[in-house]
Ligand binder design. Structure first.
Ligand SMILES: *[C@@H]1O[C@H](CO)[C@@H](O)[C@H](O)[C@H]1NC(C)=O
Ligand SMILES: *[C@@H]1O[C@H](CO)[C@@H](O)[C@H](O)[C@H]1NC(C)=O
Ligand SMILES: *[C@@H]1O[C@H](CO)[C@@H](O)[C@H](O)[C@H]1NC(C)=O
Ligand SMILES: *[C@@H]1O[C@H](CO)[C@@H](O)[C@H](O)[C@H]1NC(C)=O
Ligand SMILES: *[C@@H]1O[C@H](CO)[C@@H](O)[C@H](O)[C@H]1NC(C)=O
Ligand SMILES: *[C@@H]1O[C@H](CO)[C@@H](O)[C@H](O)[C@H]1NC(C)=O
Ligand SMILES: *[C@@H]1O[C@H](CO)[C@@H](O)[C@H](O)[C@H]1NC(C)=O
Ligand SMILES: *[C@@H]1O[C@H](CO)[C@@H](O)[C@H](O)[C@H]1NC(C)=O
Ligand SMILES: *[C@@H]1O[C@H](CO)[C@@H](O)[C@H](O)[C@H]1NC(C)=O
Length: 395
């Protein structure tokens, strides 16, 4: 039995501003390997079994479930996937067997007011395609599994037997490549749960834009094209989306898939998302002379031309979200103007005295207000540099 595996480490000193030096207990949760996954052919890149970490809910949250997809980029050719298969991004063999649960995964009510007593699951990422591929590479000497979609299914089936099938409330979440997975699997998640379960989805830093880079190349679109082809993703994209677009592969981009998602959705993203800034808008290939190096590390070092380009990126993101903002009755959003990437898993951005806010509301409060229907939550920040609650730590 490998159900609940939790260790409370002894006191760990956290120091931030002088007024918030406090000691906190760190929640570590053991890994559960999904042994039944082999029956579905659901393997990590290297053939190892997939895994998740589950911390049981308690009290009023006993029948509520939060599932969080881990993030960590993608691999879009044989070499990058082979390299990844030898790391924690492509194999459970190399992963930490215990994960820290903080932010939205914290079990402490004063750090995670709305979800602390839910069953909380961190789904480990080891397929390199946001849990959406279904293919295999085997040329006789080299073997790679591209089985993200099967991993998703194996993990859901396993969790259903552990109480998920009786959920009252459920939230599918994820950050970065995991935030993209939330878009891709949201309605499929709903289909596994009873019709009377309240199901919603959240994407943190997963709203990757179909945007040209500063040299006008479609860097991200070609990256995703290669990924989708290599890993057999297209068959798993939303059929209503792929049948409506001239380029079906574009349904991998949330902005095209979003109108087809029927489950209530919350989009949490920075309008200056650091990953998108560094890899979509200004990838190294588009800045060979390193004119952007200082600006990438510190927004205060950007010149006016660079700031104009960043402001245009924010405008494009808001434009891509406009219909959702105006017409989605059950949707929520929190688009702030901090230089950040992933804001739900770390305590300092999720819910703390000095965490980022819009209209004086933290991300934890905004997501909770939306999930529980306490009020309509569609927050859009003013443009950089107006927001004084940002940490703007880039590293
Ligand atoms: C978690 O794993 C560690 C190391 O394998 C083990 O000592 C501990 O008992 C486990 N905790 C629980 C709650 O199962
Ligand atoms: C919860 O967090 C608060 C604030 O950090 C801390 O004072 C308290 O000891 C924590 N409670 C538990 C049970 O860890
Ligand atoms: C199989 O693919 C790997 C990786 O691309 C390559 O190094 C190897 O030479 C290939 N083997 C054969 C038999 O083609
Ligand atoms: C959900 O996805 C799984 C594969 O992961 C698939 O077998 C199943 O048919 C999907 N369910 C629906 C309703 O699309
Ligand atoms: C694993 O598979 C067996 C046989 O199909 C099934 O009886 C069992 O319930 C499964 N266990 C889990 C945790 O899904
Ligand atoms: C959904 O309906 C089933 C059967 O009537 C019931 O057992 C379950 O408690 C209900 N769940 C919720 C969340 O109301
Ligand atoms: C497509 O949309 C129709 C009607 O809105 C819906 O019934 C159907 O389930 C959708 N199919 C998929 C694959 O989402
Ligand atoms: C644009 O993309 C093409 C094809 O990927 C590449 O050959 C070219 O070097 C790129 N140009 C720049 C400026 O990045
Ligand atoms: C902002 O919210 C905090 C509680 O989170 C409250 O104490 C403070 O007064 C609020 N500030 C403003 C300006 O409303």
């Amino acid at each position: 039995m490998k159900l609940r595996k939790v260790i409370f480490l002894s006191l760990l000193l956290l120091a931030c501003a002088p007024w918030c030096i406090y000691s906190e207990e760190r929640l570590l949760v053991n890994m559960t390997l999904v042994h039944n996954a082999s029956a579905l052919g659901a393997y990590c890149l290297d053939g190892s079994l997939p895994a998740y970490h589950l911390h049981r809910g308690f009290g009023a949250g006993t029948r509520n479930w939060l599932l969080q997809f881990e993030g960590g980029g993608w691999c879009n050719d044989i070499q990058s996937c082979l390299d990844r298969a030898k790391t924690r991004r492509g194999s459970t063999r190399y992963m930490s067997k215990q994960e820290v649960f903080s932010g939205i995964l914290s079990s402490n009510a004063s750090m995670n007011p709305d979800f602390y007593n839910w069953n909380r699951v961190k789904i480990r990422y080891c397929d390199g395609a946001s849990f959406a591929g279904d293919a295999k590479f085997d040329n006789g000497t080299t073997l790679l599994y591209f089985r993200g979609q099967r991993i998703w299914k194996a993990i859901i089936l396993d969790l259903l037997t552990k109480g998920l099938s009786n959920a009252r409330k459920a939230l599918l979440s994820g950050c970065s490549a995991g935030g993209l997975a939330s878009f891709l699997h949201c309605d499929n998640f709903t289909s596994y749960l009873p019709a009377n379960t309240s199901v919603k989805c959240l994407s943190d830093a997963g709203f990757f834009l179909d945007e040209r880079d500063i040299s006008l190349n479609h860097t991200m679109r070609s990256f995703y094209d290669d990924l989708i082809t290599l890993q057999g993703v297209e068959q798993n994209l939303d059929k209503n989306c792929t049948s409506s677009l001239y380029y079906p592969k574009q349904c991998f981009f949330p902005q095209y898939a979003l109108p087809f998602i029927r489950t209530p959705f919350f989009i949490l993203n920075s309008a200056y998302d650091v990953f998108q800034f560094h890899h979509i808008l200004v990838p190294p290939s588009a800045d060979l002379h390193g004119h952007w190096n200082h600006c990438k590390l510190n927004p205060a070092a950007c010149n006016t031309n660079q700031l104009d380009i960043l402001q245009a990126f924010r405008k494009d993101m808001l434009a891509a979200l406009r219909l959702f903002f105006e017409y989605s009755r059950r949707g929520g959003m929190f688009i702030n103007s901090c230089f950040a990437h992933c804001q739900s898993e770390s305590q300092d951005t999720w819910f703390a005295l000095d965490s980022p806010r819009i209209h004086n509301k933290t991300i934890a409060e905004a997501v909770g207000d939306w999930y529980f229907g306490r009020r309509v939550t569609k927050e859009i920040d003013c443009a950089y540099p107006c927001d004084s609650t940002c940490h703007n730590l880039i590293g």
